[in-house]
Design a protein around this ligand. Structure first.
Ligand code: ADP
Ligand code: MG
Length: 401
């Protein structure tokens, strides 16, 4: 599979780049611009090579029609600031504004097209509908670069179908992501530890399944841990519990025991009697994981567990972490996540953070991103890769015209 150099001399060529610019917004204020920054090297490389760069991306989940709340306009402005050069903005994706904006680009100039999901064809399940929209996207450009790692697991027009219609290449961000993820699945350096958290076990079943056969240690925290604790027969009070996954979790625990994979569950938990809200000060309390009061819910792993998790990572040559250890959005429940993040910055080997909320947690807690081996920009995509699934947006690049 080949990078942008495979597209030949780019001077004067119109290049459509699919980036992942799906950043969290508070009104029109970008609260975390990590994905924009991660998209810059490929956009800059194309512009520096003399291409006329049209960036296509989505923001949020608009319902296939224009919705000002999901406009990419603030993102285009931030991209311009970070690139240090002007970025034009088209107020539609493939219409009049897109056509004139792209036609107006000089060599080395960059434009952002309005939210691709304002068009029902982008995410349509109907191949013909998606294809018709992809024809319009492809009509704007001479070549396509796939650089939105966060969407390569989606069979969508701007990810998949457009690559069937234009000479296409893999952007540097996608290439880097895939390279790192291969190191987690093909012959990882050992000891290999996987830390899983986040809200639900049911989101992560495929990953646990696949990595149970590869990792040496599996550390579990976050909301999903209560289904494991309940599977061991503990009372979990009002904590997040997926009753229908109890048997599955029991299965994982016994599979791990049989195959010699060490599973680490927290021994202490930070609880409160209510889920954090804006109207009430948190009242955190540390209790043994085996004695969660019936009127309480677990919102973080406790300090003893944080230290034990850090110790289990201290000699790891490979670590993959997905999912916060607690409700890190609230300071009172962020310490478990902080302990794991800190430990990852200190591992001697490769440390990889996957998952949108985990990456956001690392930044919110003030860690230097450079202290981690790799922070993946794609939650779902990295999980599907680790489940061993084929990613349509990657596979299609092998079929490029
Ligand atoms: P990622 O995006 O990194 O894959 P997830 O989306 O699976 O992570 O989970 C992130 C969410 O999990 C966060 O919003 C966090 O507040 C929540 N969470 C973590 N621990 C708990 C818990 N004990 N109870 C409820 N929610 C939790
Ligand atoms: Mg998430």
């Amino acid at each position: 599979m080949s990078g942008i150099e495979s597209l030949g001399d780019l001077r004067g060529k119109r290049v459509l780049v699919r980036s992942d610019l799906n950043v969290p917004l508070d009104g029109t204020t970008i609260t975390d611009d990590g994905r924009i920054r991660a998209s810059i090297p490929t956009i800059r490389a194309l512009a520096d090579a003399g291409a006329r760069v049209a960036v296509t991306a989505h923001l949020g989940r608009p319902k296939g029609a224009p919705d000002p709340a999901y406009s990419l306009a603030p993102v285009a402005a931030r991209l311009g600031e970070l690139l240090g050069r002007p970025v034009a903005f088209a107020t539609d994706t493939v219409g009049e504004s897109a056509r004139t904006t792209v036609a107006g680009l000089a060599d080395g100039e960059v434009a952002v097209l309005e939210n691709v999901r304002f068009n029902p064809g982008e995410t349509s399940k109907d191949d013909a509908v998606r294809g018709a929209f992809a024809d319009e996207l492809a009509g704007l450009a001479d070549a396509f670069v796939s650089d939105g790692f966060g969407v390569v697991h989606r069979k969508q027009a701007s990810v998949y179908d457009v690559a069937l219609r234009l000479p296409s290449a893999m952007g540097g961000l996608v290439a880097k992501e895939i390279g790192v993820l291969r190191r987690l699945t093909v012959d990882p350096e050992r000891p290999y530890a996987v830390v899983l958290g986040g809200s639900k076990v049911s989101d992560k079943l495929g990953v646990i399944d696949n990595l149970l056969g590869k990792a040496d240690r599996l550390l579990i925290g976050g909301g999903m841990v209560f289904t494991f604790l309940a599977a061991q027969g503990h009372e979990v009070g009002k904590s997040l519990l997926e009753e229908d996954q109890l048997d599955t979790c029991r299965g994982y625990l016994s599979r791990a025991a049989e195959s010699g994979v060490q599973i680490l569950l927290p021994t202490d938990i930070v609880v409160d009697t209510e889920f954090p809200s804006a109207v009430r000060e948190p009242q955190p309390q540390v209790v043994p994981a085996s004695a969660i009061p019936a009127d309480s819910l677990g919102l973080d792993i406790g300090p003893e567990s944080g230290a034990a998790f850090a110790a289990a990572l201290a000699d790891a040559q490979t670590v993959f972490w997905n999912g916060p250890m607690g409700v890190f959005e609230v300071d009172a429940f962020a310490e478990g996540t902080r302990a794991v993040a800190q430990a990852l910055t200190e591992v001697p080997g490769l440390s990889v953070v996957g998952g949108g909320d985990s990456a956001a947690a690392v930044r919110k807690l003030g860690f230097d991103e450079g202290a981690f081996g790799h922070i993946s920009t794609g939650g779902g995509a990295s999980l599907e890769f680790l489940e061993g699934k084929e990613l349509p947006g990657i596979a299609v690049l092998e079929r490029t015209p």
